[in-house]
Write a protein that binds this ligand. Structure first.
Ligand code: JEH
Length: 230
């Protein structure tokens, strides 16, 4: 899978080298290219923002550098039409299903906005080059698209076959029952006065499975009742 990122803060993506995905990049499973939007701004100050038409607070990202940047990544990718992903507080929610969908695509381009966002015409233009998705990480306000793009790249990247070391853990995830996970323990059996639940030491696989499921339901009711409603 090829991933391009367009941003005014390329350094945000340096950590991709050290994370779980760093190895996948080294082996060529993930081909990630990060581009500085300012390289596509040609005025003396390499401006990427301007005041909003109609008034209002803050600045909006200018369309011209975005147009050039998107042309460049689309051309570099060749014939196939990429999927442009713009992290946005006004986007559809990014969920595990979205990650699975993106993991099946050959080419993702993440467009990271800053300020109050990107001139709306950029999304219309991108739609002439490929598919366009505006996607939100969640219902809270970030300062830009970079942190959201990073989370999405990690969620998508680990689903690409060969990227995650243990494919068994992915199989387990695909059998998700819509409940929170059960609690996990490892040695020692007693630590600072806290004991591992007796049932886990019992060797009764049936009782362990039953206990874990009860834990899942109880925690889901307590922490995420919205999941039980579905
Ligand atoms: C934020 C891309 C580009 C900040 C505020 C506003 C909210 C009401 N989950 C996410 N949160 N924020 C982003 C995101 C994702 N994905 C995100 C971005 C950009 C993604 C620039 N910014 C900063 C930014 C305007 N407010 C949005 N509104 C619903 C709370 C109030 C207005 C726009 C852009």
């Amino acid at each position: 899978m090829r991933i391009d990122v367009v941003t005014i803060f390329p350094a945000f993506f340096d950590v991709l080298e050290v994370s779980l995905l760093g190895k996948a990049r080294a082996t060529g499973l993930l081909d990630v290219h990060v581009h500085d939007l300012r390289d596509f701004a040609h005025d003396r100050h390499r401006s990427v923002d301007d005041t909003p038409y109609g008034g209002g607070a803050g600045m909006v990202m200018k369309p011209e550098p975005w147009g050039e940047a998107l042309d460049a990544v689309a051309a570099a990718a060749g014939a196939a039409r990429p999927t442009f992903v713009f992290p946005s507080p006004a986007g559809e929610r990014f969920v595990q299903r979205t990650a699975r969908e993106f993991a099946d695509l050959p080419h993702l381009v993440f467009g990271c906005g800053r300020y109050e966002g990107i001139d709306e015409r950029v999304f219309s233009y991108a739609a002439t080059l490929g598919d366009v998705r505006l996607v939100s990480l969640g219902d809270y306000v970030l300062n830009g698209g970079e942190v959201a793009a990073m989370a999405m790249i990690e969620a998508v990247g680990r689903l690409v076959p060969g990227v995650v070391g243990n494919p068994e853990s992915l199989v387990e995830e695909s059998h998700e029952d819509g409940l929170l996970e059960y609690p996990s323990y490892t040695k020692p059996a007693t630590w600072r006065g806290y004991d591992v639940p007796e049932v886990l030491l019992s060797g009764h696989h049936g009782r362990v499975a039953e206990w874990r499921h009860e834990q899942q339901v109880a925690r889901t009711r307590e922490r995420r009742p919205d999941l039980l409603a579905e």
